[in-house]
Structure formats: structure tokens, C-alpha cells
Design a protein around this ligand. Structure first.
Ligand code: GTB
Length: 213
């Protein structure tokens, strides 16, 4: 059955890997599943046809036969459950990898999103200068223990898993802030993720969409 995902017709970052279809493309590349992409404009995302797939009018979505999913956590988990390559076979190791996937989305991503909002959307507010350091420190509150846990390991729990895929995807958005570089092992961890051939294919595919004439 053909897998179809949705992505921005024109991504605000020019297709540099920051929009959330990247993590879904990456997961599909890791497990060797071909997929098609339906591009949607910002207007089309809020129209009934897309809202039927995604109640919040966002990308990405995932369709496969009669199944339609939204939320990158659910999509990556679905891919990892149904195809070998992103979750260990051992039941306990599998549960731990899934835990890291949730940790990336529920514990690490929220302050990073808050920082992005503070930098990009609130920068012109009178209180922005006072608030930004507080938000940045909330990111550090997550990165410090994450860095300590990773230590000098390659991945968070044994082999590369869906948990690492999601954690690297989440951390990537920090690069522009410079905060990631305060934690050299996390910066190296992200670079390791980006060096994976599957990530490179996903990145190239997204960039190609956004650099077409
Ligand atoms: N929790 C959802 C998930 O994980 O799937 C969040 C999905 C989401 O935020 N989608 C965004 C979207 O559709 C695109 S990724 N936004 C349009 C809208 O809400 O109307 C967020 C994003 C967009 C662009 C950049 N960029 O260019 O740097 C980075 C991240």
C-alpha cells in the first residue's frame, strides 16, 4: 500500500529540515519504505479536505490504505512498530526506546518550542529581553540532565532507535540559538543523527521540494 505524507508546499525555512515532515521522512527512510508526498499550501491546510486528515490544520499527515494519522509522535511510532529498524526486538529495550520517544516530545520539545516562539514571535515586545533568558534557562534545565544521561554514548539506549530519531529531530531546532553548543556531547549526538544516510535522504528530499523552480 502506498504511503502518502503531507508537507509544506513552501516551507518557511526553505526546506532545511526544520518542518516536522522531516522526522517522518527520516523514519520512512530508516526502515526503507517508499513514500509519496502531497504538498499543501498554508491556505489548503485550513480547508475541509485537509482538516478531515488533520483536525488542527497542520502538516505532516500520514495515509496508508484506509489509515490516516496526524501527530509526528504517533506517525513515527506507527512506522517503527510496523517495520524493522527503529525499535529493538527485546521487549524491555523496546519499551525504553518508546520512553525516549515520549521524552523527546513531552519533556524536551516544549521548552524548545517556547524558546522559538520567544525569539521569533515575541522579539519585538517590550518584555522580550527580560523573558528570553528565563526561557533559555528552561531549555538548559532539560539539556543538562539529557547531556549527563547520554554521557559519551552514541545513542540514548543502545542502538539507534525511534527515540533517538525523535530526540535528534527535537534538538535540531536549537542550533540557531547556540544553546546546543553549550553541550558538546549533545551537539555531537545531533551531528551523528544528521550523518545517517537515511537522514541525509530525508533532508535532500525536503530541500528538493523547496528549491524547485
Ligand atoms: N504536534 C504536531 C506534530 O508533531 O505533528 C505539530 C505539527 C506542527 O506544528 N506542524 C506545523 C504546521 O503545520 C509545521 S512544523 N504549522 C502550520 C500551522 O499550524 O498553521 C512547525 C515548523 C514550521 C516551520 C519551521 N521552519 O520553517 O523553521 C519550523 C517548524
Amino acid at each position: 500500500m502506498t504511503i502518502v505524507i503531507t508537507a509544506f508546499e513552501r516551507s518557511p525555512d526553505g526546506g532545511k529540515g526544520l518542518a516536522r515532515d522531516t522526522r517522518v521522512r527520516w523514519a520512512l527512510e530508516e526502515v526503507g519504505q517508499p513514500y509519496e508526498v502531497r504538498l499543501v499550501s498554508f491556505r489548503a491546510m485550513k480547508e475541509p479536505a485537509h482538516l478531515a486528515l488533520h483536525p488542527f490544520g497542520q502538516i505532516p499527515t500520514y495515509e496508508e490504505g484506509g489509515l490516516a494519522l496526524f501527530e509526528t509522535g504517533a506517525i513515527v511510532f506507527h512506522i517503527a512498530q510496523h517495520h524493522a529498524g527503529l525499535l529493538p526486538g527485546d521487549a524491555n529495550a523496546r519499551a525504553r526506546a518508546i520512553t525516549w520517544l515520549f521524552a523527546a516530545l513531552n519533556t524536551v520539545e516544549p521548552p524548545i518550542l517556547e524558546l522559538t516562539t520567544a525569539r521569533l514571535m515575541e522579539g519585538d515586545k517590550s518584555w522580550a529581553k527580560e523573558r528570553l533568558p528565563l526561557v533559555a534557562d528552561r531549555v538548559r534545565d532539560r539539556l543538562k540532565p539529557l547531556s549527563a544521561r547520554l554521557d559519551d554514548a552514541g545513542w540514548l539506549d543502545g542502538d539507534f532507535s525511534a527515540g533517538d530519531l525523535m530526540m535528534v529531530s527535537v534538538l535540531l531546532r536549537l542550533r540557531a540559538s547556540g544553546i546546543l553548543d553549550e553541550y558538546p556531547n549533545l551537539a555531537a549526538y545531533v551531528a551523528r543523527g544528521e550523518a545517517r544516510p537515511a537522514y541525509k535522504r530525508a533532508f535532500a528530499a525536503q530541500l528538493a521540494v523547496n528549491t524547485r523552480p
